[in-house]
Design a protein around this ligand. Sequence first.
Ligand SMILES: Nc1ncnc2c1ncn2[C@@H]1O[C@H](COP(=O)(O)OP(=O)(O)OP(=O)(O)O)[C@@H](O)[C@H]1O
Ligand SMILES: [Mg+2]
Length: 466
Amino acid sequence: MNIKTETSTVNLDKRAGRDLGGGPLSLTPKDIVKELDRYIIGQGKAKRAVAIAMRNRWRRLVAPEDIQDEITPKNIIMIGPTGVGKTEIARRLARLTNSPFIKVEASKFTEIGYVGRDVESIIRDLMEQAVGMVKTGMMEANLARARDMAKQKVAQLLLPGFKESKDGEDSGPKPTSRDKILDLLEKGALDDSEVEIVLDQPQARPHILTSFGLEDLEKNLSEALSSVMPAKRHKRKVTVAQAMEILTQNEATAMVDQEKVVEAAKKMVEQQGLVFIDELDKVCLKEGRSHGPDISREGVQRDLLPIVEGSTVSTKHGMVKTDHILFIAAGAFHSSKPSDLMPELQGRFPIRVELSSLSKDDFVRILTEPKNALTRQYKALMSTEKVELDFTAEAVEELAEMAWQVNEKNENIGARRLSTIMEKLLDDVSFEAPDIAPTKIVITPDYVKERLTDVVVDSDLAKFIL
Ligand SMILES: Nc1ncnc2c1ncn2[C@@H]1O[C@H](COP(=O)(O)OP(=O)(O)OP(=O)(O)O)[C@@H](O)[C@H]1O
Ligand SMILES: [Mg+2]
């Protein structure tokens, strides 16, 4: 069975009777890796693993129904030092596949004296996120219609007696003046005129109680209360442009069917949800130490297990099943190993991938290749000041070399080092830019050495600055 070609993809989708379309869910593993390559340098193994996991979700949805529920996600543990792209891969993956995404830190649940949020709040937050995504999507789909209605309303405000265009009615101004005003609105010619609009003023939410672990309860209660309290209406003078914006938003919101939103969001979470659990290594139990904080570590693992294994979590939008949510965990695993996790959890994270630490050559590429590469960011920032910034290839080499050295000599913080190095390098330019513009500045190896050598060589200084 060849599921790679476009046509058979479509057929499979049809066979499943689902509206999977050609959407992000049906990206092939190679497509996914290729997309990730645009942002993340190297780490091929990790990209491959997440790409397969993603494709498996699509495969599950297309598989015969009787087996669908039996297929469990193959969760992943990414093992690697700090700042080499673990979080970035997960984040990009979620965005790329339009999956609801949440990042949590396992260790957050262990801090002594801190009564952490219960683990189920992860799913509640994920659901909240999906609701937001679906709602925004639906509002965007309605935008044209909403704008049209807003236009009619604003016209009504501008032209008392104006009626929504209905043929045959001749009360109010002549159709010509109505059409004219709609036309002017469309062209934005009236944008600066003022109108008075009536707005619902949402009640300030009553603050009820704040206590450990009860934040969700508080949120729900105060939301429930504010929906019972009548909204205050108030008049506001705004420009036509503002009125159009506000009314368009209102109309678009009103068109969204909350029930449909929740239904779609629930489906999205259950089938496409992606949870990134950072610092999983920090809740590992090391042998020979089974007292003190370790107890709470194992406690966190025990808490995590049900949601990873698949359970039903009650959220304010109803029950959400976690069976097919994909979990990607990450950690440095310096002093512990995945085998130190409790066996049940190990079994639920069958895929292990190692991310390598970054070399000087990787740094060169990270500085220049990704769409969001730092050199591009600074160029864009400076060009707003009419300062054209350019980096010679040799200068980038030099920067990478220095970043790498600082990582070696001090703490290795991976690609994060590049941010501090760049900031230091361009400190003067950033400060002076408005006064020296318009100009062109070429960053050469000499420029790099001049600005950075002192700091890089003096490792005490580097500790503070880089
Ligand atoms: N391989 C890479 N390619 C491009 N950019 C990278 C790469 N690795 C890291 N970066 C950059 O460094 C930043 C930090 O990386 P990231 O958040 O993924 O680290 P991490 O591996 O999750 O580390 P930690 O274990 O500390 O959470 C990212 O925002 C990204 O800009
Ligand atoms: Mg991270």
